[in-house]
Design a protein around this ligand. Structure first.
Ligand code: 13P
Length: 254
């Protein structure tokens, strides 16, 4: 059985107090709803990890993710945060390869492979983001781009390690634009990803790992997107900053 997952990527939003307030609202919303087997993940910025971890520790199906980690174990990397430091906050997951990191911080497929290795060596589960930009889609390169991202950053992993991670398909043209990919487009790519994984690791692993969709996924369109055969949930940006919307998205599975 594949896990159903809704993860909220807060990006560079929320002060300490705003973050704690949002988590309180999310907890209240979850307690008012029927308990579900959906895994909920909150991915705030580094400054929030420790305090939110203290608040949510022990709550079933609610976990914490960081938005990035450094590829080195430790050392003289001013401003960076290591995987081990993340684990020490109680964080279990880490987003790696978000398109904003690829675009603004020039993170390559090769660098991201190193980040994945370091995260996994420290026991963190990567939520690995892949996806094409608009010009690549316009010239019909999206399948090649996604295949290359998988091959260069993930396909060096052992089958055992690959089976632990989560992949998120986030077409860059859909992120923060309101241009959500259609459920047909999303299903087409997700089944392509599953097929590539099947070719590499076999059907048992390809049918078991979770693939999330991200890109203007919101309380209105989540139900339709999550109903696609190969969509196991969402990686939510803007709509995860409002507790009511985030809860509605989680409940889209019900
Ligand atoms: P939006 O939901 O704001 O489009 O962001 C998606 C995203 O980048 C999640 O990682």
């Amino acid at each position: 059985m594949r896990k159903k997952i809704v993860a909220g990527n807060w990006k560079m939003n929320n002060t300490i107090n705003e973050g704690l307030l949002l988590v309180d609202e999310i907890l209240k919303g979850l307690s008012e709803n029927q308990e579900s087997d959906v895994l909920k993940i909150i991915a705030p910025s580094f400054i929030h990890l420790n305090s939110i971890s203290n608040k949510i520790s022990g709550i079933k199906n609610l976990e914490l993710a960081a938005q990035d980690c450094h590829q080195a174990e430790l050392g003289a990397y001013t401003g960076e945060v290591s995987a081990k430091m993340l684990v020490s906050t109680g964080c279990k997951y880490v987003i790696i390869g978000h398109s904003e990191r690829r675009q603004y911080f020039l993170e390559s497929n090769e660098l991201l492979a190193k980040k994945v290795d370091t995260a996994m060596a420290n026991g963190l589960i990567p939520i690995f983001c892949i996806g094409e930009n608009l010009s690549q889609r316009n010239i019909n390169q999206h399948f090649d781009v996604i295949k290359e991202q998988l091959q260069k950053s993930l396909f060096h992993l052992s089958a055992n390690d690959f089976s632990k991670l989560i992949v998120a398909y986030e077409p860059v043209w859909a992120i923060g634009t309101g241009n959500t990919a259609s459920s047909e487009q999303v299903q087409e790519i997700h089944s392509f990803i599953r097929l590539e994984v099947e070719k590499k690791y076999g059907v048992e692993i390809s049918s078991r790992f979770s693939i999330l969709y991200g890109g203007s996924c919101n309380a209105q369109n989540a139900k339709e997107l999550f109903a696609c055969a190969d969509v196991d949930g969402g990686l939510i940006g803007g709509a995860s900053l409002k507790a009511v919307d985030f809860i509605k998205i989680i409940n889209s599975f019900l």
